[in-house]
Design a protein around this ligand. Structure first.
Ligand SMILES: [Mn+2]
Length: 338
């Protein structure tokens, strides 16, 4: 990380009256923390009105606890936010990505992300896209260090949590940049606050969803397919997928459920060669969007009035076809009902 990149970022946003920082839809800790850190950096340097906005919902209990700890820095995105003049900055996503909040082509000033390069990003004035880094929070930590800005404890804690969740405590990323950012943030973080965020309490119906999902789960060889049904928030599928991947003998988890007008799909694998994104693309096909990293991926299918149960059956078939498993092959269920 050179100070030239920081200069280029500041140059791209200089003179803007309004800056709109956008996260990906249904923002996770990495997106939330990156947005807050970018705002902190720009507030210090630019004379602009800065807003952080998102689409979708912040549903996971830990994520709700994080935004509460940060004093609710994000607001719901509205169309009026894009009324010119405004400089748009995307964090943890890119203009044409499936989870991007921008549905139409929009002039984007800044893109900071760690997913694969999306061709639409080329039109932005400033882009720092590093697929080899485990979290966007790592990149933002480098900018803050390069700026020599003193870091408030709350932002250090958030960035640390962003890296921790996206890399599963560095277990999913061995990148030097992640390790360095992690080590820089540890002594600057509030570990007590982090402890409370990670142990945030969940509503009682969360456990009902777990039980229903476990009862509906099918296992074919080392592939586990779990249908959550209707979900209170879209990232519940990912939350349950992470949990089910702990099961002995399981290499692949495909977990999905319906939220509002979408079917949200989460894929996790223990396969060291990754391949989660390939599976997500195969499952979603032309019916939606998919993206992710080596061992984790996600997708969305627009229900378009279709019954989620029916789509669940189709996804089941698509997963079996992908792994060359015959639909006639016996599957196991986790629990016997009744
Ligand atoms: Mn991320």
């Amino acid at each position: 990380m050179t100070s030239e990149q920081l200069d280029a970022l500041l140059e791209a946003t200089s003179g803007a009256e309004r800056i709109l920082i956008l996260t990906h839809n249904d923002p996770d800790p990495d997106a939330i923390s990156s947005a807050v850190a970018l705002r902190y950096l720009l507030v210090k340097r630019q004379n602009a009105q800065i807003k952080i906005a998102y689409r979708g919902i912040i549903g996971r209990a830990e994520n709700k606890a994080l935004v509460q700890y940060l004093d609710h820095p994000l607001q719901q995105f509205t169309r009026a936010d894009l009324t010119p003049p405004v400089a748009v900055a995307l964090v943890d996503t890119q203009p044409g990505a499936g989870n991007s909040p921008l549905r139409q082509p929009t002039d984007v000033t800044v893109v900071i992300d760690h997913h694969f390069w999306h061709p639409d990003t080329a039109a932005s004035r400033f882009a720092d896209v590093r697929p080899d880094v485990g979290a966007t929070s790592t990149i933002l930590t480098e900018y803050i260090r390069s700026a020599g800005a003193d870091l408030p404890v709350s932002i250090a804690t958030a960035l640390f949590y962003g890296i921790k969740t996206d890399t599963m405590g560095l277990g999913r990323s061995g990148a030097k940049a992640d390790i360095e950012a992690y080590a820089f943030l540890v002594p600057r973080s509030d570990s007590r606050a982090l402890f409370e965020i990670e142990r945030a309490q969940v509503p009682a119906d969360y456990f009902k969803s777990l039980v229903d999902t476990v009862q509906a789960t099918r296992i074919y060889r080392d592939v586990l397919i779990a249908f959550v049904g209707r979900m209170k928030y879209p990232d519940l599928a990912a939350e349950i997928a992470d949990w089910l991947l702990r099961m002995e003998g399981i290499q692949w988890v495909i977990c999905f459920g319906a939220h509002k007008e979408n079917l949200n799909i989460a894929i996790r694998t223990r396969n060291l060669r990754g391949g989660a994104v390939d599976l997500a693309l195969a499952v979603v096909g032309n019916n939606g969007t998919a993206g992710g990293h080596g061992s984790m991926a996600g997708g969305q299918i627009y229900l378009n009035g279709r019954d989620p149960e029916l789509l669940a059956h189709q996804i089941n078939q698509a997963v079996l076809a992908y792994f060359n498993i015959s639909p006639e092959e016996t599957s196991r269920s986790l629990l016997k009902k009744g």
